[in-house]
Design a binder for this molecule. Structure first.
Ligand SMILES: Cc1cc2nc3c(=O)[nH]c(=O)nc-3n(C[C@H](O)[C@H](O)[C@H](O)COP(=O)(O)OP(=O)(O)OC[C@H]3O[C@@H](n4cnc5c(N)ncnc54)[C@H](O)[C@@H]3O)c2cc1C
Length: 418
């Protein structure tokens, strides 16, 4: 993972449980990211017994590494979602994605999580095509009832985002940013307090299906009536029924040293992302660093000289950062689906899964865990709106996923250059 700023600035004291024997529970959960931890919390609050099994530490995966940008919507545009599920379900999905952002902020407040929440976002346009896209997106989101943000241009834009790179930016007061690792650990602490067991260093190596499920982890058998699979991009081939729907793709972030000039670059402290397919996303940290994300690796291996490469990208946006010292650089895998829409469903009547957030899951994962808890408790309606989104496997199965994705993405990368 290289050197993760969030781990260096973790503020939540959380100690995972130790798995030292077999046990029987109502619900087992694979994965200690936000999806799994949120499900554990909501299930435990309903009085359900829960054993969450995490291969590494809680928050080890994407949830403890991401850009911290909490947005409504999905990896796929609402236009695409509409095409996939029709108008009514698209409206329900949009509303739930906004609920996900509200849930994130409500949970931070309710559990007093030191996650430094900030509301405010700028969607930035690099080229005239992006400005047109922003206007179209603005109209489309307004049709879902989203508040219409202002399009900032010229001097007004430069006063809010001191970069020569952008032609325009759309204001968005729903989205914002947080410290994602503290948020994950804060939810984990709340889940534990509600009675859930959260086991770290407990990799699930086998799942035997049946009316009672048996999971093998750390040399022990965990028996459960239900299973939620929330392994994100890190699940690998554990469950063949869902493996081919996800492609893990590496993405990277760096944090500069704290600098006196960083605050003036984004004086309103918004999070920012551009509209490229391989996008730049960035924000200030509370200790005046620039946290700058971008680049992808389809092999999931970190590109060489990552820190220097990330700084060059940041200096294209903010030339005065060219001499900044990079103090942290890290990365993680996002769980991409073919259509970039999230992938929820069931492998059997008692096995649910929620993954495929396609780089857009910080807020939605919290709601995904809650919806999975609702479904397990017998109220599956909202989970099933997500489960209706159709998905395809990456063509050619697991071995050929990468070439297929490269082919599919090369056209979009080419478009980034135009
Ligand atoms: C670098 C980066 C930047 C990102 N930036 C943003 C952003 O700014 N905004 C946004 O909305 N989204 C962003 N994302 C995406 C977002 O972080 C994810 O969508 C979200 O965190 C996924 O959460 P999760 O709980 O589903 O999975 P994860 O947090 O990845 O957790 C899955 C966990 O499952 C565990 N696991 C897997 N297999 C097993 C097994 N067999 N046994 C036990 N445990 C297992 C893994 O160890 C892992 O800890 C980013 C992702 C990355 C990597």
């Amino acid at each position: 993972m290289l050197n993760n700023y969030y781990h260096a600035t973790a503020k939540v004291a959380f100690e995972a449980d130790r798995l030292d024997g077999g046990q029987s529970v109502d619900v087992a959960i694979i994965g200690g990211g936000i999806t799994g931890v949120s499900a554990a919390l909501h299930l435990a609050e309903r009085g359900v017994s829960v054993a969450l099994l995490e291969a590494h530490e809680i928050g080890w995966g994407a949830s403890g590494r991401n850009g911290g940008q909490a947005l409504p919507g999905f990896g796929a545009s609402m236009h695409k979602i509409h095409q996939l599920v029709g108008a009514d379900a698209a409206k329900q999905l949009w509303d739930m994605s906004v609920e996900a952002v509200d849930l994130l902020h409500a949970q931070i407040a309710r559990f007093d999580i030191p996650a430094d929440p900030v509301r405010g976002y700028l969607h930035a346009a690099i080229k005239p095509r992006h400005v047109r896209d922003l206007k179209l997106e603005q109209e489309e989101l307004a049709s879902y009832g989203a508040p219409v943000g202002r399009l900032l241009e010229g001097a007004e834009l430069r006063a809010r985002l001191d970069s020569p790179r952008y032609l325009a930016a759309l204001e968005d007061n729903i989205s914002g940013h947080i410290h994602p690792y503290n948020y994950t650990l804060g939810l984990a602490r709340a889940a534990q307090a509600a009675g859930a067991k959260l086991y770290a260093r407990a990799k699930v190596s086998h799942v035997a299906q049946g009316e009672t499920l048996t999971l093998r982890a750390g040399g022990h058998d965990i028996r459960a009536k239900y299973l939620l699979v929330a392994g994100g991009a890190y699940l690998g081939g554990l469950l063949a029924g869902i493996a081919g729907y996800i492609m893990p793709v590496g993405t990277y972030i760096m944090a500069t040293e704290p600098r006196a000039d960083v605050a003036a670059l984004i004086p309103g402290n918004e999070a920012v992302a551009d509209l490229n397919f391989v996008l730049d996303y960035f924000r200030r940290s509370p200790d005046d660093r620039m946290l700058f994300g971008g680049r992808v690796s389809y092999s999931t291996l970190p590109p060489p000289s990552l820190g220097a490469a990330m700084l060059r990208r940041a200096a294209r946006v903010f030339p005065r950062l060219a001499d900044a010292r990079v103090e942290y650089v890290w990365g993680g895998n996002v769980d991409i689906t073919v259509n970039r829409a999230p992938h929820f469903g069931r492998l059997a009547a008692n096995i649910l899964f929620a993954h495929g957030f396609s780089g857009h899951g910080l807020a939605l994962t919290g709601l995904a865990g809650k919806l999975a808890a609702e479904a397990i408790a017998g109220q599956a309606g909202r989970f099933d709106v997500f489960a209706r989104i159709p998905h395809a496997r990456f063509p050619g199965g697991r071995a050929l996923r990468m070439p297929a994705l490269l082919l599919a993405t090369s056209w979009f990368r080419l478009r980034d250059l135009l």
